[in-house]
Design a protein around this ligand. Structure first.
Ligand code: GBH
Length: 479
């Protein structure tokens, strides 16, 4: 990464790394924590690679000091973490608060601030309290108010120190993988229906949480609230084929637009998305499936103070052309687009992650042109190595170098207001359905011994060097 031109990045650029509670904390039933849907999902056999679980993960619940050393070694200005809802509120409601959990995040936040690191806190990164799943989870209408109470509790408890909040991480993944494909917790496989309902209630929950902050905390605490949206960048397989062009627009509408349009554009779902879904319903004899936002509730429009983007990869898209027209309801039938990987793109250690750094630049410009001129934080971007562990992880170094170069171009050449970059991830961790078989860390974690020793990869050393170079350059400009 040493060749990277850091002068493209603004002086106050946020250099961060990211983690998520279930992926690192462990302590799944320690000191009063209630179970989450990921505890349940992993404990049921056959869901996760080799039936691995996040019961211990990186044991960050007990080894936080080790993580803090990693943060300091990188010289981060910002660090993104998520809170485990059921560690704070074991049954998901404020009727019972787990003080040990409150203490844990107090310590994490205080330590970060003492080290001059600004925390960015995500309230929900896939780990719904099991007690709430038992009442219908994201499919239930009531979940939005319950989430608002949880959010209020966190703003009250930590908002004196936390000024950057995101409510929900990747509602797309939670809805699609959790409620359509069933490959993420809660493992619901109800194609063509539940994902839209879950997504809708997540948007309602986010909206209520943002309004809660806006009305009751913003004037006292002065922070900002958003939600983390993920999408691939997509381009037509055959740019000369009108159907492929339309399919590409649909692909983007069904991923980014699904959540970004209500929050940043119109207060409602993309028209193309609703039209396709309702056409499918007619064909198959179903009622409406994409919910409508009620006039009796606040609109999602305008409920974000910045744009938080998780970007990993790009796809070429072609029209399904009726290939999927027979039979059953499904998200993919509605979307009617097929996404493929261009064989010329290098692949990473996971099959879905093709390395396309300039896709990020194009996506940033697209967001800036289509959705918002608000500042954009890239809240996740990362690479998993191929094959056995290599501490000298040259592929990952190359990935970060190229990716940061593209971010620099988005800023300096396209005029996109990118405020920060969070590498996914600080540590090798529990990679959901892939368990510990996939490593995204800037630090290696030795999962074979109870010490769970953290060792910096070359990519971590080089990322630290980039941050320090940027710091030195911007300092010398001020004097
Ligand atoms: C992020 O999601 C998550 O926020 C983060 O927690 C996670 O560690 C990181 O990705 C790395 O995966 O093709 O069936 O194997 C990004 C969205 C969700 C995209 C899972 C890839 C794989 C599904 N990712 N998906 S599959």
């Amino acid at each position: 990464m040493s060749a990277l031109d850091v002068s493209a990045f603004p002086r106050d650029f946020a250099w961060g790394a990211a983690t998520a509670a279930y992926q690192i904390e462990g302590g799944w039933n320690m000191e009063g924590k209630g179970p989450s849907i990921w505890d349940t999902f992993c404990h049921a056999k056959g869901k996760v690679f080799e039936d691995q679980t996040g019961d211990v993960a990186c044991n960050s619940y007990q080894l936080w000091q080790e993580d803090l050393k990693c943060v300091q070694r990188l010289g981060l200005s910002h660090h993104r973490l998520s809170m485990s809802w059921s560690r704070l509120l074991p049954d998901g409601t404020t009727s019972h608060v787990n003080l040990k959990g409150v203490e844990y995040y107090n310590k994490v936040i205080d330590d970060l601030i003492a080290c001059n690191v600004t925390p960015m806190v995500t309230l929900y990164h896939f780990d719904l309290p099991q007690a709430l799943q038992d009442c219908g989870g994201w499919k239930s209408t009531e979940i939005a108010d319950i989430f608002e109470s949880y959010a209020r509790f966190c703003f009250q408890t930590y908002g004196d120190r936390v000024k950057l909040w995101t409510t929900l991480n990747e509602p797309y993944i939670c809805a699609k993988l959790g409620h359509e494909d069933g490959i993420f917790a809660p493992g619901i496989k109800e194609p063509g229906t539940s994902a839209y309902l879950a997504g809708h209630n997540m948007l309602r929950a986010h909206t209520k949480a943002w309004h809660c902050y806006n009305s009751h905390f913003r004037h006292l605490q002065g922070g900002k609230v958003s939600l983390n949206l993920n999408t691939d960048w997509a381009e037509p397989l055959d740019p000369g084929c009108l159907q492929d062009v339309a399919a590409t627009e649909r692909y983007m509408a069904f991923s980014l637009g699904w959540f970004a349009c209500p929050v940043f554009c119109t207060g409602d779902y993309p028209e193309s998305m609703r039209a396709k879904i309702e056409a499918g319903s007619l064909e198959l004899g179903y009622g409406p499936r994409l919910p409508r936002f009620s006039k009796d509730e606040p609109s999602p429009l305008g409920t974000a103070d910045f744009f938080a983007l998780n970007y990993y990869t790009t796809r070429k898209v072609k029209d399904l052309k009726g290939a999927c027209k027979s039979g059953e309801l499904s998200f993919i039938r509605d979307q009617s687009a097929e996404a493929v990987i261009d064989p010329s793109w290098p692949i990473s250690g996971v099959h879905w992650l093709a390395v396309v750094p300039d896709g990020l630049r194009k996506l940033l410009k697209h967001i800036n042109d289509t959705y918002t001129s608000l500042p954009i934080y890239i809240t996740e971007s990362g690479f998993s190595q191929i094959g056995p562990v290599q501490i000298e992880d040259d592929d990952r170094c190359h990935f970060y170098q190229k990716t940061l170069q593209e971010v620099g171009k988005a800023v300096s050449q396209d005029g996109v207001n990118v405020k920060g970059y969070f590498a996914w991830s600080l540590l090798d961790n529990f990679e959901w359905a892939d368990g510990f078989s996939v490593r995204f860390g800037l630090f290696h974690v030795d999962f074979s011994t109870p010490e769970l020793k953290r060792t910096i990869y070359r990519s971590g050393r080089e990322y630290a060097a980039v941050i320090s170079k940027h710091r030195t350059q911007t300092k010398s400009k001020t004097v």
